[in-house]
Design a protein around this ligand. Structure first.
Ligand code: FE2
Length: 387
């Protein structure tokens, strides 16, 4: 494919255009956006408190014993267009326990908003997707929702949500979650991309899955020449749907002198899974300082990162001293630049983390930062004794 980009020079010279990539493809799976992300966690009540306090999510909806559920409890949190669902089983025989036992807290569902969940299920399963949930109609006094689902990498699933006939708070069975504790939002707007880590030599299998089963196209690829430090390496390809609202970079480990961070993830998650959720903000300095004040830990970049910054990225609107103070990273492509920063893992195992991103034209993913970043991650690995 012409838009396949192999190195930094190509990335600067080749403009990829989603219109061009999808020009003669029939979009058999139109996606309107990310609907919600559901995490299976050990203690949803306490996790919800963390995401409210530290990330500024708002109490949105609740389902549990009080709403007639017997085996689980779910808290729904919202910030602008982002919905997080935190689910914990209430009984020892719930299959959710197996997920938590194996993976620790982690993302189970990346739910995608569609016009027609029945068609989404038919189109993807006929192309080889493994079914997770047959099209199911759920209803209450506010209307009805149809959901269906398929498996992707590891035990992660995509659920297709058709909600055009529903005007309730979240889904049938949920009620509004009234809380007297409502910390201010931190400026998080929407999910920019979600990254999956897959096992050795499986990146192409899963990129093919997104291509064939879901009609995505590859927009960028990095290999271990792009993303390697003295010790670690990874390979990555970015898959996008036709309208660009859904972007899934897929990483696999590559050989290095020591253990790659992707391999560390696979070891601790005990398989493939979601590595990070990148959330967009319009003011990264305000968002990051608010989150840091509320206890979120971010990866540290050495101050030397900023020494040749202007040479590398050209003029930017922000004050470099302020960016340096917050450890915010900057990268440029031919469409503009982006500012980004990564949290440390937000769970006990060194697995899932968040990225905060502000795009100023750039549509890429911060490749120029990877080396600085990986060196930072390696310092963390070294502290954990897992390098
Ligand atoms: Fe990212």
């Amino acid at each position: 494919m012409a838009a396949e980009i192999k190195n930094l020079k190509d990335l600067q010279n080749v403009e990829y255009s989603l219109e061009k990539l999808f020009a003669d493809a029939e979009d058999f799976l139109p996606l309107l956006g990310t609907d919600y992300v559901e995490l299976y966690v050990g203690n949803a009540k306490q996790s919800a408190h963390y995401y409210k306090t530290a990330f500024g999510f708002q109490s949105e909806a609740y389902a549990g014993l009080e709403t007639g559920l017997k085996d689980r409890v779910s808290y729904v949190l919202k910030q602008d267009k982002i919905r997080l669902v935190l689910t914990t089983p209430l009984t020892s025989d719930s299959p959710i326990n197996e997920h938590i036992k194996k993976h620790g807290d982690g993302v189970k569902v990346i739910a995608l908003w569609v016009e027609d969940a029945t068609k989404a299920f038919e189109e993807t399963t006929k192309r080889g997707a493994k079914p997770f949930m047959e099209p199911t109609r759920e209803e209450d006094a506010n209307g009805f929702v149809i959901r269906s689902g398929i498996y992707t990498y590891g035990e992660t699933v995509h659920i297709f949500v058709e909600r055009k006939n529903y005007d309730g708070i979240f889904l049938p069975g949920y009620r509004k979650w009234e809380s007297h504790y409502n910390p201010e939002p931190t400026g998080l707007k929407f999910i920019d991309h979600m990254v999956g880590n897959v096992d050795w030599h499986e990146m192409n299998t899963w990129c093919d899955f997104y291509k064939k089963v879901m009609g995505f196209a590859q927009i960028i690829s990095f290999d271990d020449n792009d993303i390697s430090t003295e010790y670690t390496a990874l390979m990555s390809k970015v898959m996008s749907n036709g309208n660009g609202r859904i972007k899934f970079p897929i990483n696999e480990p590559a050989e290095g002198k020591k253990k790659s961070q992707i391999e560390e993830y696979i070891d601790f998650y005990e398989g493939a899974g979601v590595q990070h959720i990148a959330v967009a903000t319009n003011d990264i300095v305000a968002t990051v300082s608010a989150m840091r004040d509320r206890g979120v830990e971010f990866l540290y970049v050495p101050e030397t990162y900023y020494d040749d910054l202007i040479e590398r990225v050209g003029d930017i609107e922000e004050d470099i001293e302020v960016l340096k103070q917050h450890g915010i990273l900057i990268d440029r492509d031919d469409e503009g630049y982006l500012l980004q920063l990564f949290t440390k893992p937000v769970v006990d195992r060194p697995t899932m983390f968040f990225e905060i991103i502000q795009r100023k034209g750039a549509q890429s993913f911060g490749k120029g930062n990877f080396k600085a970043l990986f060196e930072s991650i390696e310092r963390e690995q070294e502290n954990r004794g897992t390098l």
